[in-house]
Design a binder for this molecule. Structure first.
Ligand code: NAD
Ligand code: GLY
Length: 362
């Protein structure tokens, strides 16, 4: 097991990455304020892993409440959130009860938001079971649900007490979900870590074959990048926005296509290529750099063109982007591979041109 720390002063917490961690209820015990937890999972993950986690906690004398949500991005909404609150109240959970998120980013984001709200804030622990959640969403304390008008529009910053990433759970992850997770892994290389990007160019096929050592290294290197950015700018007043490379366009794709049609990582991949295209139009990325980026996403089996979506629809949905300031769009762009910036220099005509250049045509 390898352990990193998100060094947020009095709210610092560890990220444990390793095998068979679901059986290690003992790792959770120091973080519980009372011998009672509520585990939130979904109808896909619970049959696979809930009993192992619940069993190891019960054997340690912990009372376990189980909350099983419907599976899917389409359920990351108010109604599902309410079902979490219903069970917490019916089971007489208290402010000192700990909420555990067992699942991918959807379960993690909703559980974290429920924990931020219930009785004005209860502790929670992330136990991510997708690659995307292990490298990104479980770390950093962003929690949210979707609104029909925009992705992750309703949420809160609420840091977990612990992140427990059991890499064995990735064995049952569908291929499409593994590839979607790789989009966020590649993101770290692109925004701030050229050596990691180069390492991914060497090891991409090994990661797709789920080589356990390569996956563990990719997770640790991703989490290290994420933890450094979060510690520098927890509430996204500056540098943290770089973690949203491709997300301004990607969130528009997810919302326009209907939540769950394009996976988050797929939309981020297509969005990253639009951002790279815009960067090249500004004279920042050369043709050979763009080709390198496209090639890596292609090898990962990720989309390198967005869906046939009208440019007007992109522009309308992007108005809800959280980087918009006084109505003006700002984008995460690439000065080079490994060097991202937040910029508002792109004229609307250039943004339109970049979207068109990177959209599949109907
Ligand atoms: P997801 O949570 O929908 O999980 C993907 C699918 O895999 C689901 O069907 C899930 O049930 C299934 N699954 C999960 N673990 C499994 C396992 N071990 N074996 C088999 N199936 C498994 O999707 P995701 O990609 O994990 O997360 C995407 C979400 O994360 C989006 O809502 C996105 O907005 C959010 N996100 C949040 C942050 C953040 O900082 N909070 C960062 C990135 C993404
Ligand atoms: N995934 C973007 C962030 O955590 O800031």
């Amino acid at each position: 097991m390898e352990t990193l720390t998100v060094a947020l002063a009095d709210r610092a917490y560890p990220i444990h990455v390793g095998r068979a961690l679901l059986d290690r209820g003992d790792l959770l015990l120091p973080y519980l304020r009372q011998p009672k937890v509520a585990i939130v999972s979904n109808t896909t993950v619970a049959p696979l892993y809930l009993e192992r986690l619940s069993g190891s906690l019960r054997r340690a004398g912990i009372e376990v409440v189980e909350i099983i949500l419907p599976d899917g991005e389409a359920f990351k909404n108010w109604q599902t959130l309410t079902t979490i609150f219903d069970v917490l109240l019916q089971a007489r959970c208290e402010r000192a009860t700990t909420l555990l998120a067992l699942g991918g980013g959807v379960v993690g984001d909703m559980t974290g938001f429920a924990a931020a709200c219930f009785q004005r804030g209860m502790p929670f622990i992330q136990i991510p079971t997708t690659l995307l959640a292990q490298v990104d969403s479980s770390v950093g304390g962003k929690t949210a649900i979707n609104h029909p008008l925009g992705k992750n529009m309703i949420g809160a910053f609420h840091q977990p007490k612990l992140v427990l990433a059991d890499t064995d759970t990735l064995k049952t992850l569908p291929d499409r979900e593994l590839r979607a997770g790789l989009a966020e892994v590649i993101k770290y290389g692109l925004i701030r870590d050229l050596p990691f990007f180069e390492w991914l160019e060497v090891h991409l096929e090994g990661l797709l074959c789920r080589d356990p050592e390569l996956l563990a290294e990719a997770i640790v290197r991703s989490c290290r990048n994420k933890a450094e950015v979060v510690v520098a700018d927890e509430h996204e007043s500056g540098e943290r926005a770089l973690l949203n490379l491709g997300h301004t366009f990607g969130h528009a794709i997810e919302t326009a296509m209907g939540y769950g049609q394009w996976l988050h990582g797929e939309a981020v991949a297509a969005g990253t290529l639009i951002a790279a295209q815009l960067s090249s139009q500004l004279g920042w990325l050369g043709a050979s750099e763009i080709e390198r980026v496209v090639r890596l996403f292609q090898r990962a089996g990720l989309p390198v063109f967005g869906p046939p979506l009208a440019v007007e629809r992109y522009l309308e949905l992007m108005q809800h982007d959280k980087k918009v300031r006084e109505g003006k769009l700002r984008f995460v762009l690439l000065k080079d591979i490994g060097q991202a910036v937040v910029s508002e220099v792109a004229a609307e005509s250039e943004v339109r041109r970049a979207i068109l250049a990177r959209s599949a045509h109907a």
